[in-house]
Design a protein around this ligand. Structure first.
Ligand SMILES: C[S@@+](CC[C@H](N)C(=O)[O-])C[C@H]1O[C@@H](n2cnc3c(N)ncnc32)[C@H](O)[C@@H]1O
Length: 287
């Protein structure tokens, strides 16, 4: 593997893509609660050209494309070609002609601007070089173009991820990214949880009018407890620890399952397992 970035791109295009497909029904509905809130608070005008950073399956790109209407356009960019191909298929099937998708590394590649706005739902927390990525997004914006990105707030406010990670850490030996040849997801979901660090980074790469708005929602993390446990063991910080531990992770599976059953019990409702979740809707302007 050539460098840290190749490792992350490879992870998103292989193991993480497969896991996202398996849990797509939970991910898209859960994550859309946050993007719907952001798009309600910051609607894009008809005719706008909008970049969707780290677009994944591109459901947010399609929503933006519908919002800006036929005179506007939404362009989804992702480093993983399998996400981009899936997004293109969905756009075609849905008949959304003003959405298009590009395979590109947001840290370095031409993002095909200029755009009136840029948007990202959980697409900016996994860059080995976040400053380079935020700078590149800014360069793709027109003067006074606004970037809105949704990022997880701190671990304690997202207990469905944090409690699972704590339980797994107590059972499975943790393999650091630098101590393994396996692919991994990069910095991780909480890497932009701190407003001081994020606002300093945004300012350093030339943004102004930086603002943080909080959004909270309970999201479905499993239609039943078994699915919630499988979800926690596959994705997020807990899932990464188990995967990187290899045979040890498999061997301690039954113990992990029992611990997660206990940890997730407070989140069980009549209609499934619902975890409290909390994000920052960060907005910043290119001067
Ligand atoms: C947590 S997923 C979010 C996907 C989507 N926005 C959503 O909310 O469902 C992060 C996405 O960022 C993409 N990504 C990670 N590093 C990237 C990079 N350097 N350039 C472009 N996309 C990247 C991944 O492939 C993945 O699709």
């Amino acid at each position: 593997m050539a460098d840290a970035n190749d490792v992350v791109v490879e992870a998103w295009n292989t193991i993480l893509f497969d896991k996202f497909v398996r849990f797509r029904h939970l991910l898209i509905d859960g994550l859309a609660a946050h993007s719907d809130a952001a798009l309600d608070r910051h609607p894009y005008p008809a005719g706008a050209r909008v970049l969707d950073v780290g677009c994944g399956f591109g459901d947010s790109t399609l929503k933006i494309a519908r919002g800006v209407g036929p005179s506007g356009a939404a362009v989804g960019v992702d480093c993983a070609s399998r996400f981009v191909r899936a997004a293109e298929d969905d756009a075609r099937a849905a008949g959304v002609a003003n959405a298009s998708f590009v395979v590109a590394d947001v840290q370095a590649d031409d993002l095909r601007g200029p755009y009136d706005f840029a948007f990202s739902r959980f697409g900016t927390m996994f860059f080995p070089l976040p400053g380079a990525a935020l700078a590149n997004v800014r360069r793709s914006l027109k003067p006074r173009g606004e970037f809105t990105m949704i990022v997880w707030r701190r671990r304690e406010e997202n207990p469905w991820l944090h409690e699972a990670e704590q339980r797994v850490r107590a059972i499975v030996p943790v393999v650091a990214h630098e101590d393994t040849d396996q692919v991994h997801c990069g910095p991780g979901p909480f890497s932009m949880a701190g407003p001081d660090m994020v606002s300093t980074m945004l300012r350093a790469v030339g943004y102004d009018r930086i603002a943080f708005e909080r959004f909270d929602a309970d999201i479905c993390i499993g239609r039943d407890m078994d699915e919630a446990i499988a979800f926690a063991m596959a994705l997020g910080p807990a899932g990464e620890i188990i995967r990187l531990a290899g045979d040890e992770g498999v061997r301690r599976g039954p113990q992990v399952e029992a611990a997660l059953r206990e940890a997730l019990a407070p989140f069980v409702r009549a209609d499934g397992v619902w975890g409290p979740s909390s994000t920052w809707i960060v907005s910043a302007r290119s001067p």
